[in-house]
Design a protein around this ligand. Structure first.
Ligand SMILES: NC(=O)c1ccc[n+]([C@@H]2O[C@H](COP(=O)([O-])OP(=O)(O)OC[C@H]3O[C@@H](n4cnc5c(N)ncnc54)[C@H](O)[C@@H]3O)[C@@H](O)[C@H]2O)c1
Length: 263
C-alpha cells in the first residue's frame, strides 16, 4: 500500500510550480486529488491530462479570496471524488519585490490579508467535514520569508501569520485528530519568479551562494516533505514549522567565516 492510498487531497495553487509537483507526488503515492486554481479552462485541461494518465482527479476552479465561491467549487469536486482527508494550502497571491519604504498602507493590507486568507479559506472549506469523519491532515505552505527578512514585506508578514495560524489549528483541531503543519521553503524556481527573472535574468544564479547546499530548490524538494507531513508516517507530528531550505535558516556561514580569527 502506498502512503496516501484511499486519501482524498485538496491541493490549492495546483497548477503552479510547487502545486504541480505536489499533485504528482500525491498521485504517485496513491491519493485522489482535487486540483484547485484560478483559471477554469486551465484546471479542466490539467484534470484531463491527469485522467488520461489513469489518475483519479477532479477540478475546483475558484478565486480562494472568495470563500463562498471556493467552498462551492470544493464541494462539487468532493461530491465527485469523495470527502477531503488532506488539504495542502499552497496558493498565494504574491506581492511585489520591494522595500518597506515603497510599501503603501493599502498594498500592505492587501498582501497581508490576501496571502493569509487564501490559506484560511481553503482549510475552512473542508475542516468541518474532517471533524465529522474523525480526522485529517493540513499542510500549509509558508516561506522562509515568514522566519526572517528576505524582502517582500507584506507577503512576508502573511507568511509569518500563517505560522501562528498553523499552530492555532494544531492546538484547536488536535482533539479532532486533525494535524496541522507548515513547511517553509527557500527559493524554488517556479513561475512565481518569471516577472523578476524577466527584469533581472541572473537573479536566481546570484542566490545560490547563500544556500549551504549550493543551489536553490526544485519543486519536488518541497513536494516530498509535504507528502510526508500529509501521510500517516507523520501521525504524531502536529504544529511543526519545517524549513525546507537547503540549510538557509541554519545560519550564515559567510558571516561565520568573516568573524573567525584563526592563529
Ligand atoms: N517559488 C519560491 O521561491 C517560493 C519560496 C517560498 C515559498 N513559496 C510558496 O510556495 C507556494 C507556491 O508557490 P509557487 O512558487 O509554486 O508559485 P506559482 O506562482 O507557480 O503558483 C501559485 C499558484 O497559485 C494560484 N493562485 C494564485 N492566487 C490564487 C487565488 N486567489 N485562488 C486560487 N489560486 C490562486 C496561481 O494561479 C498559481 O497557479 C506559495 O505559497 C509560495 O508562497 C514559494
Amino acid at each position: 500500500m502506498t502512503r496516501l492510498e484511499n486519501k482524498v487531497a485538496l491541493v490549492t495553487g495546483a497548477l503552479g510550480g510547487i502545486g504541480t509537483a505536489v499533485v504528482r507526488e500525491f498521485l504517485a503515492d496513491g491519493a485522489k486529488v482535487i486540483l484547485m486554481d484560478l483559471d477554469a479552462d486551465a484546471v479542466q485541461a490539467a484534470v484531463e491530462a491527469r485522467r488520461a494518465e489513469g489518475h483519479a482527479v477532479a477540478g475546483a476552479a475558484a478565486d480562494l479570496r472568495d470563500f463562498d465561491a471556493a467552498k462551492a467549487a470544493v464541494d462539487r469536486a468532493a461530491a465527485e471524488l469523495g470527502p477531503v482527508d488532506i488539504v495542502v494550502a499552497n496558493a498565494f497571491t504574491g506581492g511585489p519585490s520591494t522595500t518597506l519604504d515603497k510599501t503603501t498602507p493599502g498594498a500592505f493590507r492587501e498582501e497581508l490579508a490576501d496571502n493569509a486568507c487564501v490559506a484560511f479559506n481553503a482549510v475552512a472549506a473542508v475542516v468541518d467535514g474532517m471533524k465529522a469523519r474523525g480526522g485529517g491532515a493540513i499542510v500549509v505552505v509558508g516561506s522562509v520569508n515568514g522566519l526572517a527578512t528576505f524582502g517582500q514585506p507584506g507577503y512576508s508578514a502573511a507568511k509569518a501569520a500563517l505560522i501562528s495560524y498553523t499552530r492555532t489549528m494544531a492546538t484547536e483541531y488536535g482533539p479532532h485528530n486533525i494535524r496541522a503543519n507548515i513547511v517553509c521553503p527557500g527559493t524554488v524556481r517556479t513561475p512565481a519568479w518569471d516577472e523578476r527573472i524577466a527584469k533581472k535574468p541572473d537573479v536566481l544564479d546570484g542566490l545560490t551562494k547563500w544556500y549551504p547546499l549550493g543551489r536553490v530548490a526544485r519543486p519536488e524538494d518541497i513536494a516530498r516533505p509535504i507528502a510526508f507531513l500529509a501521510s500517516d508516517a507523520a501521525a504524531f507530528i502536529s504544529g511543526a514549522v519545517l524549513p525546507v531550505d537547503g540549510g538557509l535558516m541554519a545560519g550564515n556561514h559567510r558571516m561565520a567565516r568573516e568573524l573567525t580569527v584563526e592563529d
